[in-house]
Design a binder for this molecule. Structure first.
Ligand SMILES: Nc1ncnc2c1ncn2[C@@H]1O[C@H](COP(=O)(O)OP(=O)(O)O)[C@@H](O)[C@H]1O
Ligand SMILES: [Mg+2]
Length: 271
């Protein structure tokens, strides 16, 4: 995990696969997916429900073991990391945010406690004041007032606040890559745009890479540089966002686009 090959992509998968079940009941949730992304890139993964997007996210976060293929971070194979210590080093660099923020938090932890727990993946033991400072900084970065929020419980927060706290919880360790699995799909339209703009700000301020998972081509268009299209576990198309949306090659992408009434330009706001 220590040697960085400068020429290697930040993240790369090679034939990454995950099957569930056996024989006639086997589901190839992620099937030989190969892609790479660079530092500072925002890549959207789009696909209908059940296409394998969340399984891909869980594989990349090393929360789930692949049944085939490889994951490389800066050219280093991280597929076989299993020891808690090795995984912690990985989680310093790769963090996740999920669709259901209420489920993602321990209901018996205040915001302060949840973010302190998140800091446990760091090797260094920080002093109490350093911890507090990091936590407060990351809350401010997502537009929350620490004084107002630190001692609240998850049920005391709105969906939008909780979604921001989840992003702050990822940020607090200073990751290079954020894997955001449908982080806006439980929010109403106005909050959705706020969270998308927050992700754009984070890329700008930290040069953070974001893998943004969505079933919504409008949001993919608004946010991302490149799009990966998944269909039944396979990566069926990938390319720069303008190219894929203007001239979709795969039949599934064409259908997906036809379902979107109108896509506004980059400057527009996703419906
Ligand atoms: N733990 C699991 N056990 C069995 N099947 C699963 C499991 N997780 C996901 N699947 C199956 O894998 C496929 C892809 O699911 P998922 O990755 O959640 O898709 P998406 O996020 O695109 O909706 C689905 O058919 C789903 O039922
Ligand atoms: Mg999903």
């Amino acid at each position: 995990m220590n040697t960085t090959k400068p020429e290697a992509p930040m993240l790369e998968t090679r034939d990454l696969s995950r099957a569930f079940g056996h024989g006639d009941h086997m589901v190839r949730a992620v099937d030989r997916v190969s892609f790479s992304m660079q530092t500072g890139e925002i890549v959207a993964v789009v696909g209908e429900s059940g296409s394998g997007k969340s399984t891909l996210a869980r594989l990349l976060l090393r929360l789930l073991d692949p049944t085939g293929g490889q994951i490389l971070l800066h050219g280093q194979d991280v597929t076989t990391l299993h020891h808690r210590g090795e995984l912690k080093t990985y989680w310093q660099k790769v963090q996740g945010a999920f669709q259901d923020s209420f489920a993602a938090f321990n209901q018996f932890y205040t915001v302060r406690r949840s973010l302190e727990k998140a800091l446990n993946v760091l090797d260094v033991s920080l002093s109490k004041s350093d911890r507090t400072q990091r936590i407060e900084t990351s809350l401010r970065e997502v537009g929350l007032d620490p004084a107002d929020i630190l001692d609240k419980w998850p049920h005391q927060l709105s969906g939008g606040q909780l979604q921001r706290v989840m992003i702050a919880r990822a940020l607090v360790v200073g990751p290079e890559l954020l894997i955001a699995d449908e982080p806006t799909s439980m929010l109403d339209a106005s909050l959705r745009v706020t969270v998308l703009n927050l992700l754009l700000d984070l890329r700008k301020s930290h040069n953070m890479s974001i893998l943004f998972i969505t079933h919504d081509l409008g949001q993919a268009n608004y946010l991302s540089d490149r799009i990966l299209v998944m269909y039944r576990g396979e990566l069926v198309e990938q390319g720069p966002v303008e190219q894929v949306l203007a001239d979709p090659q795969h039949e599934y992408t064409q259908r997906l686009l036809a379902d979107v009434p109108r896509l506004r330009g980059k400057s527009g706001v996703p419906a």
